[in-house]
Unconditional design. Structure first.
Length: 212
C-alpha cells in the first residue's frame, strides 16, 4: 500500500510538472516545453550549418531516397531523378530525363519542407507544437497548423542527445502520409553559393520554364 501511494504521488508530480509548462492563451493550450525544444532544434541547425544528410521517404505506395545540403535559407536536393536548387529567392527544379528546368519564386513553391532549417525556424510561428511523450531517447513532438494548410499534422522525432531531427511524419489533409528518416548527417560541410544555384551554362540546350 505504501509503495502504491508513493507511485501515485510520483505520477501526480510528473503530471503537474508537465502541465506547469503549458498555459492557456485565447482558449488554446500553449506547450512551452515543446516550443523551447523547437527553438533548440532551430538553434542547433543554425550552429551546425552548412549541413548535409540523406533521407528516405516512405509512403503506402513507395519508398524513395534523396540527399540534401543546406545553408541558412539556401539548399540543394536530389530526389526522384530531379535536382532542386534554392538560392534563397528562387527555386530551380531540373529534370534530367527531359532536360528541363522549372523556375519558381520561393513564395509560390511547394517545397518548403525541403528547407528544414527555415521550416523549423518558423515552426513556432506557423504551428502549435505539443510534446506528446518521451520515448527511447527521443522527444515526440506534434505540429498542428495555426491557419489553413495542406498539412493536418507533422510529427517530429528529436534526439534527446543531439537535439537533431531523426525522422518526421507528414500527414496531409488529403489522407496521404509520408515518413522521412534522416541518415548520414554531416555538419560544417564545404559549401559555396554556386552549390545552390542552377547554372544554365552547364546545360546549353536546356528548356527553361520560368514561372516567376
Amino acid at each position: 500500500m505504501k509503495k502504491l501511494f508513493l507511485f501515485i504521488i510520483l505520477i501526480t508530480i510528473t503530471g503537474l510538472s508537465a502541465f506547469s509548462q503549458r498555459e492557456i492563451k485565447d482558449g488554446l493550450v500553449i506547450d512551452k516545453q515543446a516550443q523551447k525544444l523547437i527553438t533548440d532544434v532551430a538553434s542547433k541547425l543554425k550552429t551546425e550549418s552548412p549541413i548535409s544528410f540523406n533521407f528516405t521517404q516512405k509512403s503506402k505506395q513507395s519508398t524513395e531516397t534523396g540527399t540534401i545540403k543546406l545553408n541558412a535559407n539556401k539548399y540543394t536536393a536530389t530526389f526522384l531523378g530531379n535536382t532542386i536548387y534554392c538560392d534563397g529567392k528562387s527555386i530551380f527544379i531540373y529534370q534530367k530525363e527531359i532536360n528541363e528546368v522549372a523556375i519558381n519564386s520561393i513564395e509560390d513553391a511547394d517545397n518548403e519542407i525541403l528547407n528544414i532549417s527555415k521550416f523549423i525556424s518558423e515552426a513556432n510561428t506557423k504551428f502549435r507544437p505539443k510534446l506528446i511523450r518521451e520515448e527511447k531517447g527521443n522527444y515526440i513532438i506534434d505540429l498542428t497548423p495555426k491557419t489553413k494548410s495542406e498539412y493536418s499534422k507533422i510529427r517530429l522525432i528529436v534526439s534527446k542527445i543531439s537535439t537533431r531531427i531523426s525522422s518526421m511524419e507528414i500527414n496531409y489533409k488529403g489522407g496521404n502520409t509520408y515518413t522521412y528518416t534522416i541518415s548520414n548527417y554531416k555538419t560544417k560541410v564545404q559549401s559555396k553559393d554556386s552549390d545552390y544555384s542552377f547554372n544554365s551554362k552547364e546545360y546549353p540546350s536546356v528548356n527553361v520554364v520560368d514561372l516567376r
